[in-house]
Design a protein. Sequence first.
Length: 151
Amino acid sequence: MIKIITVGKLKEKYLCDAQAEYLKRLSKYTKIELIEVEDSKIDDMKQALLEEKNNILKHISPRDYVISLEIEGKQLTSPELADKIDKTFISNSDITFIIGGSYGMHEEIKAKSNFKLSFSKMTFPHQLFRILLLEQIFRSYKILNNEKYHK
């Protein structure tokens, strides 16, 4: 199973529609669970990260292989991500991706991560990034199943 833990809820209809479409497409290949934890309303960055960390940790089990999405992480091509997913499922039943909030991600979450993944050195809005992640997971399954997917 793939779990995506993300801070905050989608607000824009076009992003909700895109998310629903990719979740539907992915259901053909894997069980996927999307968990939205509340965005902290605290203005203090340290306190907000602590609150979000506690909310995220509630949804991580000891058997999860945790992939945190971080600018400092390793950049992979789409085929490399597909291979990473495929090989991880050999010894792990669950892969959990974590997308932080507007302040990023608490250091304790980063330390708990089995793999740090970066899509770019650029910063993306976390709501839009959720769609990018879903698309890349979908693309990974298309690659793993030798199915055509437009480029």
